[in-house]
Design a protein around this ligand. Structure first.
Ligand SMILES: [Zn+2]
Ligand SMILES: [Zn+2]
Length: 134
């Protein structure tokens, strides 16, 4: 796998294209369904492997959301996520406090700060609507 670490094969390109089209932070299964329309012969295992390789190389971002299937993001700039506690949908949250939080952490400890993780949870608009009408 190391020999072609950064190479964008046709399949990887197809996966990346699909991921860049959406802001829904899809799961591997959802990406597989979308990519199959471009590459009918691609397997779910290939999609998984390519997602792993691309996130390890920093081309895409892997989001580990609590207790759910892994999701992926084509946006590799630092930003936060909010997850709906009902349907598992994930959306972006502004990142204006990112640097300030890391500065705060490095000023209040002796650590060299490498990064941080914050996950917001909530109820998405669609689920809020369902709750109100149900
Ligand atoms: Zn929801
Ligand atoms: Zn995101």
């Amino acid at each position: 796998m190391t020999s072609d670490g950064f190479r964008l094969t046709r399949q990887r390109r197809a996966i990346l294209d699909e991921l860049r089209k959406v802001t829904s932070h899809p799961t591997a299964d959802e990406l597989y369904e979308a990519v199959r329309r471009q590459c009918p012969n691609i397997s779910l295992g290939t999609v998984y492997r390519n997602l792993e390789t691309m996130s390890a190389n920093g081309i895409i971002r892997r989001i580990d959301v609590a207790g759910r299937q892994m999701r992926f993001d084509a946006d590799i700039e630092p930003h936060y996520h909010i997850r709906c506690v009902h349907c598992g949908r994930v959306d972006d949250v502004g990142s204006s406090t990112w640097d300030r939080l890391e500065k705060l952490a490095s000023e209040s400890t002796e650590y060299e700060v490498l990064g941080h993780t914050i996950e917001f949870t909530g109820v998405c608009p669609a689920c809020k609507e369902r709750e109100r009408s149900g």
